[in-house]
Write a protein that binds this ligand. Structure first.
Ligand SMILES: [Zn+2]
Ligand SMILES: [Zn+2]
Length: 151
């Protein structure tokens, strides 16, 4: 588990010095930075930021603000940009109670008036069955039973 001050995106920086900057209005410089800030916004339940950083044509009308999903880990597998278009391939590990899963997506981003926005992507979700003696899926490096996988 990360402590309250470290950024949920796993950069190793504090929230205030990482995704928090974008949540407070600083434009994300790259699609990857926007992706990280959106992941952190999902983790923190910052619904307004998620909607604001979503392309108008694919943006949902609203998002639930009581989503039970806990976002545990973000891995950026690949990313690139060309002109005003970008892609980020990522894997996000989550849990809902004792059920774990991983969402993998190749997301498309577009730059509009100097700000990157999320356009769309095709997510695929796989269920995880973390073992108590295996490395914890949260990425802490500890065994599951000494970390998030108990009982
Ligand atoms: Zn961050
Ligand atoms: Zn853990």
């Amino acid at each position: 588990m990360t402590d309250a001050k470290s950024c949920p995106c796993g950069s190793g920086r504090t929230l205030d010095d990482c995704c928090g900057l974008h949540h407070q209005g600083l434009p994300a410089p790259t699609p990857e930075a926007l992706m990280r800030s959106r992941y952190s916004a999902f983790a923190l339940g910052l619904v307004d930021y998620l909607l604001k950083s979503w392309a108008a044509e694919t943006r949902p009308a609203s998002l639930p603000d009581d989503d039970p999903t806990q976002w545990m880990r973000l891995e950026i597998l690949d990313h690139g940009e060309s002109g005003d278009e970008g892609t980020v391939h990522f894997r996000a590990t989550f849990r809902e109670g004792r059920r774990w899963g991983a969402l993998e997506e190749r997301s498309r981003f577009r730059r509009e008036q100097g700000r990157w926005v999320y356009v769309d992507g095709e997510p695929s979700v796989t269920r995880l069955k973390p073992g108590r003696n295996e490395p914890c899926p949260c990425g802490s490096g500890k065994k599951g039973k000494a970390c998030c996988v108990r009982g």
